[in-house]
Design a binder for this molecule. Structure first.
Ligand code: NAD
Length: 492
C-alpha cells in the first residue's frame, strides 16, 4: 500500500512536521491520484519562521553582496543538475506538459542568473561637492524579513521572481507555496539546503489562509510579494499596506489579442492557440479573447477552430501531449459552467471541449480546447477570468474599435496585436492599456531582466517582480550628507 506523506516545513534550516490538525490532499490532476498531503500550518509556525528569519538577518545583511551571490551561483548549478526532476514534479502536481514545465524552470533559473548581478545592481549614487567640502550619497540597504505568497499555476517559477533578489540584496525570506502544488518547493528547498545558506535565511511554511494572515499581520515582516487572483490580491494588498508593509500584489487577467487582416494568418493562428490553450489556459498571460478586425474574421476563425480541435490532450508526462488537465475537479466544474454561461448569453459554441474521454486517464480533470464565437462584449463571460482552455471570439471593423475594446477591460496584464504593419503596431503599443504588450507574440512574458508589468486590476502596488524593480523593492534607500572641511585634510 502506498503511504501518503505529509509534507514538512523548513524553518531555521530544520525540516519539521507541522503541528497543524488539518491537512489537504495533493492530487495529480491527470490521474486524480493522491500524491501527498500538505499541512495547513498555524500562525505559531509562521511566527517561528519569521523569528528565525529576523535572527538570521543580523549577520546576513553584513555578509558582502559578492559573498551572498556565491550561494546563488551554487543554486543555479544545482537547479540545472536537477532540471528534469523539477520539471517532472511540476507536471505531476500542476498538470502542464513536460515541455511547459521545463520552460517554467528555465525562467526560474534566469532569475537566479540576473540576481547574481546584485553587486552592481544594488549600487548607490554619489555626488561630490554638493557644496564646498560636502558630499552626498545614496546607498541601498536591505529591508529585513520579507515573504512571498504563491499561486498554483507556476510552482517553480513564481517564487523565483522574488526570492533570488530578496536574499541577494541581504534580506531573509519566507516562502508560502500554493497549498495546491507544494511539492516543487519541497524539492527546491532541498537544493537550498545543499548550498549551505546560513540557517533562517530562507524558510518554507506550507499552509493557506491562517498562514497568510499571520504573515500579513506580523510586525517583523517588512515586505510581501503576492501572486494570485484579483480578489485575494486586493485583500492581501489592503491588509498588508494597512500594517505598514511594502506590498506588490499581482492579480488575475483577461488578456485580449487583436488580429488585423494583414497578419500572417498561419503564424498568428499557431501562436494564438499556444497562448490560449498552453498550460490548459491556466496562465496569467493566456489569450482569452481574440478580436478579429475586418476581413481577418473568416480566415482566423476557421484556422483557430481547426487547431483547437486537433490539439492532443492528455497526461503532460506522455510523449506528444500538447495540453494537460486543469488543476482540480472544482476548477473543471467551474470552467464547464462558464462555457455554458457563454452559450446562454448568446455566444455560439464553435468548439466544445467539455467532458472529453482521455484514454487511460478517465478520472483526470480534462477539458479540451473550447471556442466561443460572437461573444457579447457587454456580457459576463467577456469580463470573467475563466482560467481554462477557453477562447472567446469577438469581431469589429477597425483597429480603433479593437483598441477601445481592449481598453474597456478591468484587467491590464497583457494585450497583443498580430499584424505586418509597423504603423499599426506602433499605434497599438502606444495606446493599449496593459503593462505587457505583444506584437506578433502570444505570451508576452518579460525576461528576468525586465519587470513583470501588470496594470489595472492585474496589479496592486508600484514596483513589479524581476530585474531592477525587484532590487528597488527589496532595498531601502538611505541618503548620507557628509562635511569634510578642507583644513582637516591639509595636515596630510
Ligand atoms: P488564489 O488567489 O486562489 O491563491 C493564491 C494564494 O493566496 C495561495 O497561496 C492561497 O493560499 C492564498 N489565499 C487564497 N485565498 C486566501 C484568503 N482568503 N486569504 C488569504 N490567503 C489566501 O490564486 P490561484 O487560484 O492559486 O492562482 C490563479 C490566479 O493567479 C489566477 O487569477 C491568475 O491570473 C493569477 N496569476 C497571476 C499572475 C500575474 O502575474 N499577474 C501570475 C500567475 C497567476
Amino acid at each position: 500500500m502506498n503511504v501518503i506523506k505529509i509534507l514538512p516545513n523548513c524553518i531555521n534550516g530544520q525540516w519539521s512536521v507541522s503541528t497543524a490538525t488539518e491537512n489537504l490532499e495533493i492530487i495529480n490532476p491527470a490521474s486524480a491520484e493522491v500524491i501527498a498531503k500538505v499541512p495547513l500550518s498555524t500562525a505559531f509556525e509562521v511566527n517561528q519562521a519569521i523569528e528565525a528569519a529576523a535572527d538570521a538577518f543580523i549577520t546576513w545583511r553584513r555578509t558582502p553582496p559578492t559573498e551572498r551571490v556565491q550561494y546563488l551561483f551554487k543554486l543555479k548549478n544545482l537547479l540545472e543538475e536537477h532540471f528534469d526532476d523539477l520539471a517532472r514534479t511540476i507536471t505531476q502536481e500542476c498538470g502542464k506538459t513536460l515541455a511547459e514545465s521545463k520552460g517554467e524552470m528555465r525562467r526560474a533559473i534566469e532569475n537566479v542568473e540576473v540576481a547574481c548581478g546584485i553587486p552592481i545592481m544594488m549600487q548607490g549614487t554619489n555626488s561630490e561637492d554638493i557644496a564646498r567640502g560636502i558630499d552626498e550619497m545614496m546607498i541601498r540597504q536591505p529591508l529585513g524579513v520579507c515573504a512571498v505568497i504563491c499561486p498554483f499555476n507556476f510552482p517553480g517559477m513564481i517564487p523565483f521572481w522574488f526570492l533570488p533578489y530578496a536574499i541577494a540584496c541581504g534580506n531573509t525570506y519566507i516562502v508560502k507555496p500554493s497549498e495546491k502544488v507544494p511539492l516543487t518547493m519541497q524539492k527546491i528547498f532541498q537544493l537550498l539546503e545543499k548550498i549551505g545558506l546560513p540557517k533562517g535565511v530562507v524558510n518554507l511554511v506550507n499552509g493557506a489562509k491562517e498562514a497568510v494572515d499571520a504573515i500579513l499581520d506580523h510586525p517583523k515582516i517588512r515586505a510581501i510579494s503576492f501572486v494570485g487572483s484579483t480578489p485575494i490580491a486586493r485583500y492581501i494588498y489592503s491588509r498588508g499596506a494597512a500594517n505598514g508593509k511594502r506590498m506588490q500584489c499581482q492579480g488575475g487577467a483577461k488578456n485580449p489579442i487583436i488580429v488585423l487582416p494583414d497578419a500572417d494568418m498561419e503564424m498568428t493562428t499557431r501562436i494564438a492557440a499556444d497562448s490560449a490553450f498552453g498550460c490548459a489556459g491556466q496562465r496569467c498571460l493566456a489569450a482569452s479573447i481574440a478580436v478579429t478586425v475586418g476581413e481577418a474574421r473568416h480566415s482566423f476563425t476557421d484556422a483557430i477552430a481547426q487547431v483547437a480541435t486537433n490539439r492532443i490532450v492528455g497526461n503532460g508526462l506522455d510523449q506528444g501531449v500538447e495540453m494537460g488537465p486543469v488543476i482540480s475537479t472544482e476548477s473543471q466544474t467551474r470552467i464547464e459552467g462558464l462555457i455554458q454561461k457563454g452559450k446562454d448569453e448568446g455566444a455560439r459554441l464553435l468548439v466544445d471541449g467539455r467532458k472529453p474521454q482521455i484514454s487511460g486517464y478517465e478520472n483526470g480533470y480534462f477539458i479540451r480546447p473550447t471556442i466561443l464565437q460572437d461573444v457579447n462584449p457587454a456580457g459576463e463571460i467577456a469580463k470573467t477570468e475563466i482560467f481554462g482552455p477557453v477562447l472567446s471570439l469577438m469581431h469589429v471593423n477597425t483597429i480603433d474599435e479593437a483598441i477601445a475594446l481592449v481598453n474597456s477591460g478591468q484587467y491590464g496584464n497583457m494585450a497583443c496585436l498580430f499584424t505586418t504593419s509597423g504603423a499599426a503596431a506602433r499605434k497599438f503599443r502606444y495606446e493599449a492599456e496593459a503593462g505587457n504588450i505583444g506584437i506578433n507574440i502570444g505570451v508576452a512574458a518579460p525576461m528576468a531582466f525586465f519587470p513583470f508589468s501588470g496594470w489595472k486590476e492585474s496589479f496592486f502596488g508600484d514596483l513589479h517582480g524581476q530585474g531592477n524593480h525587484a532590487v528597488e523593492f527589496f532595498t531601502q534607500t538611505k541618503v548620507v550628507v557628509e562635511r569634510w572641511r578642507d583644513e582637516w585634510a591639509r595636515q596630510f
